[in-house]
Design a protein around this ligand. Sequence first.
Ligand SMILES: Nc1ncnc2c1ncn2[C@@H]1O[C@H](COP(=O)(O)OP(=O)(O)O)[C@@H](O)[C@H]1O
Ligand SMILES: [Mg+2]
Length: 498
Amino acid sequence: MPGMGNSLRAAALLAFVVLSILVSLLISSVQQFGATGSHFSKATLPGDEEKLASLRGALIYQLNERRKEIIPLLLPEDGDENGLSEEARHSSQAQDPILDYNLWNEITLGSRKAHLDEMGCDSLVGMQAVEILGSGYTKLVVKVNLAGGQPVALKLVNEQGIDMGKCLEDFKDPQGCRELVSSKLQKEIVLLQRLKHPNVIKLKGHCAGGQGGREGGGGGGEGGRVTVILEQGNPLQMIQLLQSPWEDRFRVCLDLVRLLHFLSQSPLGSVALLDFQPRQFVTVSGELKLTDLDDASAEETACQSDTDCTLEFPHRNFTLPCSARGVCEGLNEKRNIYNAYRYFFTYLLPHQAPPGLTHLVDHIMNSTGELKADINQTLEAFERILLLYQSGLHLDNLPPSVVKDYTVMRGMGTSGNVEYRCWPSYSQQGCVLSVHCAKEAAYICNSHSQCNSFTLTGQKTWTGRLLASFRSSFSHLVPDGTSEVYVKKTKALETPPV
Ligand SMILES: Nc1ncnc2c1ncn2[C@@H]1O[C@H](COP(=O)(O)OP(=O)(O)O)[C@@H](O)[C@H]1O
Ligand SMILES: [Mg+2]
């Protein structure tokens, strides 16, 4: 079949390209496998064979455990409200691992109808690897341009990761371990399909290399190799974000809250992110997206009393109510909120918040830090801040007269500027800040001792606010249909202080 040939070629090519950019990593990996291989070749004594068989049994047990985690997450069939076909339901209860493999292959080979619109191995033919975007305990992420030029991110098993290393130490079986670690990629694929949201990274497709479950018994061959094709993002850099304007930092927090709101009532139930860290997120055009989902869990915690419902964090513990039906009420939701508070809000939200909004920001910090608000209330509070910020209502206290101190020239820009720097500026060269209107810009210019003029450029930020460029002076006015120049009346003709 030509399709199959293409798939195999693509898988081979993918392996080649990724391998070639990872030469240094692979040298040690080869050494590692070499060592493992020699372990096997020595293992011909009767006692060693027994030991190997028991290790293999333990690995197969682990694989089956992973499978059991994924089966309940599978996409619903048409008319199947529980998300499982009769076969799947049967299979998930089966003790015989071979029966499980039918279902396993369905996921790993992407043969289910719902996946047909996604990219597969064929789309990877002729791609070019650009660089490594990131890596974690489990996965390696590579920046790639597909043959048609489309940029994507590919997620693969991280051969050098902690997961792989630990598995090799425990089971001494490179192929089996690759398959075990790949099960996290498979879980992620299923979760990405079920948890579609603007703040979750977009799954473009996947490529399951090799002949899949033909191996049958588990742990062998190429069956485990999985490559996930994702929309490309930029790893979240907290240090960089800390130096960004409040508006951009607020955006990250708002996106996060929108995501958590969705997760609290997702198609899988209320989902907790168990490994909640900034490094599990990327940004795409400034928008926050969750990319690491393999530790997402929709499990509820069973309880008999409130004391069974304790959320423990390094510096805080919370006890939540045990509901009448014997589950901890809102535990997943609250866990996410507190993590959002401790990893994101505390660093990003209060610092340099606009003066008219600080009381609302303080309220959010208090209600999330003390877990007093649920995710609906938290989202409402964030959306209210956005609305006020966009409408400029928080500026009502500014005297309207400030703008009267300036002469305006519409349809003009400036050249020969004498710039000064301010912080946090949208431009490295000069002082560029976002403003709601000329009045706010005039107010800012008045508060900067070097400022004598500013331009409202035609550019807008993500909230729709205008970018204003502040400066000490300029030599010429130049026609520019999209902008307006404001010059301080009192100082316009004065020589600047030396
Ligand atoms: N779509 C993507 N675009 C850009 N970088 C990404 C993307 N997905 C993940 N990354 C980067 O790769 C790293 C590892 O991916 P992740 O899924 O978190 O692996 P792990 O499960 O091993 O932690 C992330 O921390 C992130 O910086
Ligand atoms: Mg991660």
